[in-house]
Design a protein around this ligand. Structure first.
Ligand SMILES: Nc1ncnc2c1ncn2[C@@H]1O[C@H](COP(=O)(O)OP(=O)(O)O)[C@@H](O)[C@H]1O
Ligand SMILES: [Mg+2]
Length: 606
């Protein structure tokens, strides 16, 4: 499989499209803040030494010229307020730069997150059903929220500070060397220790972060599963079991964080010790040098300021590295999604007349077993033909492969996945692999075994594939689906809110809503995957009779386990454990010894 994003940086650069300029602006202002911060200690040193004291002024040549033009150091003795204003001006300018730094930072960060979420969502909804079968929803959600946020935090909190940190480190070292080489050496000598220490440390905790992240994913997957299946949990009285399961996982997760935090606290505390030692050394030696006359008071003040400026960036360098390992793992987790291949049509994929015969030729299919290189065979050399405009019934026990057959026809599952499928399905003599997926799915209407209703009104759900809601059409489709009576009983009728936060429809009502949904589309091929299983026999007959009248030239596939549902089909296929065991019309099949006759006799009223 071709990987779109070979490494982390290629993915980051891809996501940074649109927000890069904000981050660059942010870095520039960050650099300006650093430069401005470096100015004031020098002004103070000059003031203490040359203006208040009697030392030689140690300022750059171009400033020396300006100062002597004004009347030398003596001028400032009488005009100290100018220096105060200067210091205030520099500090004020730094505030303005900080404002822009934060503003561009926030803009870049939000733009980045927005872009990442959009891209991920768009990618995920285009991933094949097979991918969704193999990945947990909760884990995917966690990758799209928590991991996205980690990446943003790394970029906007850490990486944008990098320019500022580097400028501060380099310039304060230069200024310190400029003030006093010996003292500067003492100050710098501990810097490699601090950096090296954090490097080693953060490499060690990288794997811990990965484990914690995985655990978080598992936890959200568990919550998501339990919330979606809340009725099952209640119905089976599994609350305490689920609570315990979650409690255990949660405890494990907390324990992981606590251990991680212990490590981090140890690091920060010992880091404090090292940098504290460094500060004490600088102050002690500086004071001694000052007494010796190797250093002026102003220089000592400036030196201590620069040393303080050095401590923060050096230590935050460790932080950058730590966040980098965390962000790296998050990027990898996002990269996994982005590198999963979207459904793509072949180059010569086209359209075909969907009012042609449908042929299954030697179709076999296996599902991969999780974590093993084994497959369970679900369909075994299945061949049959559905002539255009006829109705075929498929009868078979649960697990015989009926739904799989339909998912293959709709290309929700693919026949040519490595070692999982074989054979050919054609519509109007065209291999379905050469038909554009969107076109194919638009023209095959499937009422799924377990229909899903979106949050919205009933009318909205019925007209979900249409451009607008045409109430006449919605009504007539509901009538055929025998849904209208049920709807009339709701006080709000078609405006009844359904879905996750609305009225809960019964299984049969949901199935009928899905049937109405499909009827509105009038696709040339209609599939009912056990779609009448939850409606009573009487309604079943009513729906089928209405359907027959309405869709004379439609090719229909009726999947059922109730013989009365499909007995009037033009051809009936009997599936057993993935194999076709019988085929024929109802009259032919009841005369044969076999599964069909057995089921038929079982379903006869005694
Ligand atoms: N996504 C899947 N992964 C693994 N096995 C599956 C998957 N979906 C279905 N199966 C298995 O394949 C068999 C056939 O399933 P299905 O086609 O849904 O049967 P039917 O619709 O006839 O009840 C069943 O044994 C089922 O457990
Ligand atoms: Mg099924």
């Amino acid at each position: 499989m071709e990987k779109r994003f070979e490494n982390r940086s290629s993915l980051l650069l891809f996501f940074l499209k649109g927000s890069k300029r904000f981050f660059i602006a942010c870095m520039i202002f960050g650099g300006l803040v650093a430069v401005l911060d470096l100015i004031n200690p020098r002004i103070i040193a000059y003031t203490v030494d040359a203006v208040i004291g009697e030392e030689e002024s140690n300022i750059p040549a171009f400033l020396e010229k300006i100062v002597s033009g004004l009347g030398g150091d003596a001028f400032f003795k009488t005009h100290l307020h100018i220096i105060a204003l200067l210091i205030l001006g520099v500090a004020g300018l730094a505030v303005v730069c900080r404002y822009f730094f934060r503003m561009f930072n926030a803009r870049g960060g939000e733009k980045l997150v927005c872009n990442m979420r959009d891209t991920l969502y768009n990618h995920i909804i285009h991933l094949p059903v097979k991918w969704h079968n193999e990945n947990q929803t909760g884990d995917i959600i966690q990758r799209c929220t928590s991991d996205v946020d980690t990446v943003r935090r790394f970029l906007s909190d850490q990486l944008t500070n990098l320019v500022r940190v580097v400028i501060l480190i380099v310039m304060s070292i230069i200024f310190m060397l400029n003030i006093n080489v010996k003292l500067a050496m003492i100050a710098i000598s501990l810097v490699p220790v601090i950096i090296g220490y954090s490097l080693i440390f953060h490499q060690k905790i990288g794997s811990s972060f990965e484990k914690v992240d995985d655990m978080e994913g598992k936890l959200s997957a568990m919550v998501q599963e339990n919330l979606s299946g809340v009725r099952v949990v209640r119905a089976f009285g599994r609350e305490s079991y689920e609570r315990e399961r979650f409690g255990k996982a949660n405890e494990k997760y907390c324990g992981m964080w606590i251990r991680l935090m212990q490590l981090l606290s140890f690091f920060w505390a010992s880091g404090d010790l090292v940098s504290g030692t460094q500060v004490i050394l600088v102050v002690a030696f500086g004071a001694a040098f000052c007494v010796n006359g190797q250093l002026t008071t102003g220089e000592l003040i400036a030196f201590i300021s620069y040393n303080a400026m050095l401590t923060w960036p050096v230590r935050s360098l460790g932080r950058v590295i730590s966040e980098m390992s965390k962000a790296g793992i998050s990027i990898d987790r996002i990269r996994y999604i982005m590198n999963s291949e979207e459904e793509k049509d072949t180059e010569n994929a086209g359209e075909t007349d969907m009012k042609g015969d449908i042929c299954f030729n030697n179709v076999s299919f296996s599902y991969p077993l999780k974590d093993e290189n084994k497959y369970t065979k679900v369909l075994d050399d299945v061949s049959f033909k559905i002539s255009a405009g006829t109705t075929v019934g498929i009868l078979g026990g649960t697990g015989s492969g009926k739904s799989t057959l339909i998912q293959l026809l709709d290309r929700l599952l693919e026949l040519d996945e490595e070692s999982e499928g074989a054979g050919r399905i054609t519509i109007g003599e065209k291999d379905i692999r050469d038909i554009k997926r969107e076109y194919l799915r638009k023209n095959i209407g499937i009422v799924l075994q377990e229909p899903y209703l979106f949050s919205g009104t009933l009318a909205e759900n019925i007209a979900i594939t249409a451009d607008g809601i045409d109430m006449d059409k919605v009504r007539s489709a509901s009538k055929v689906a025998a849904l209208d009576e049920a709807i009339e009983k709701f006080t709000k009728g078609y405006e009844t809110y359904v879905g996750e936060r609305g009225v809960t429809l019964s299984g049969g009502q949901k199935q009928r809503t899905a049937i109405a949904q499909m009827l509105l589309r009038k696709p040339p091929i209609m599939v009912f995957d056990d779609s009448l299983s939850a409606v009573d026999a009487e309604t079943d007959v009513k729906i089928r009779t209405a359907l027959k009248e309405r869709s004379k030239d439609t090719t229909t596939i009726l999947i059922a386990h109730r013989i009365s549902t499909l007995m009037h089909a033009d051809n009936i296929i009997v599936l057993d454990h993935g194999k076709i065991v019988q085929q024929g019309t109802h009259d032919e099949l009841v005369k044969q010894e076999g599964l069909y006759k057995k089921i038929y006799e079982l379903q006869q009223p005694a």
